[in-house]
Design a binder for this molecule. Sequence first.
Ligand code: ADP
Ligand code: MG
Length: 388
Amino acid sequence: DSALNPKTIRPGATIGMLGGGQLGRMFFLAAKQMGYHAVVLTDSEGSPAALVADSVIVGDYTPQNLEKLASQCDVVTLEFENIPDAAVQHLAKRVPTFPPASILRIAQDRHLEKRTLAEMPLPVTPFRTVEHPGSEAGIKELSEAAAAFGFPLILKTARSGYDGKGQKKVANQEELIAAANEFGNERIVAEKMIAFEREVSVLVARNQQGETAVYPLIENQHRNHILAISHSPAAASPEIEKAAVQIAETVAKKLDLVGILCVELFEVPGEGLIINEIAPRPHNSGHLTIEGSSTSQFEQHVRAVCGLPLGDTSPRCPAAMFNLLGDLWGDDGSDPPFEQALTVPGVSLHLYGKTEARPGRKMGHLTAVGKTVEEALRRVYEAYELLV
Ligand code: ADP
Ligand code: MG
């Protein structure tokens, strides 16, 4: 049909996913609702996304498995940015694959990420990259960073960190040296500790045609460097909302995004927004869009990679989300009393189908909606307390 955009991948087609976690699972649930078929390449047939997929390829990102995925799909996307960009490039030669490998390369490396964003130019956390932290030169560079930024200083491995993994906060020179020796030859970034007023995030989608859609700001609370609670709308001024939209659109356009991307931000009194990091995929803080928005982040991701018109990002109602970590499960694997939480009005339960509960592992989440943000938050806290 020549009236259709040639890039449009219509419902009924098959979408492939790299990575089998909960983000892939919720993406598939949205895709299947719209009539797409779902194929996942994952390391386990029991992974959250595999459990809802129509077809599963179990294994690593070998040329053979990538070939198999490409042959079964009309478009491929991903739910996790730490995928070898060579694998994504390989796939992209065979089948439309979004987001592009170029974004992954940037998002996988904190140094490249900060440098790229700073060049746009967008505000990022002041940082210094140290190639060999454990060496004499490395310790000197770190000491200079501490002199410039002050203690405490946050050290992060440049690659493959998530949920606070690979991070160390050091309070003095002694701790700095101990941490530097532990990182050894692994490249790190040393960041100034930001005294933020609040943490917020902004989701932006961009489709193949280059249209963008930005969601209202979401406010986030972390515990032990892991996201605990999100709510939206955030308590942000119109100026901050406007700045967030500008940041999100700049990132999406300059990085040639196709798909959905989250920008994690610090709001600093008197300074405005500073970018912490970007994630070129659906984001934990965006889970509340399932109940709280006209279009969920997952449906938006489907629309973006399939070249469909983007959906309305306006809120349907205030919403709050509370992550359910493995700590809530008993040592014997017994699960918390979900039926108690469900007695609270406005509460929805999401479980990811993970059988093994470990401390800090994201097993599911609760969302509560309400007439006001306060009501949504009150409800989600109340429901959570009934699980503890
Ligand atoms: P991850 O990739 O594990 O999500 P982040 O860089 O987002 O790592 O850090 C996780 C959390 O740690 C942040 O959301 C924030 O709460 C805290 N954090 C990280 N870097 C800083 C910083 N420079 N200043 C203040 N808090 C920080
Ligand atoms: Mg983060």
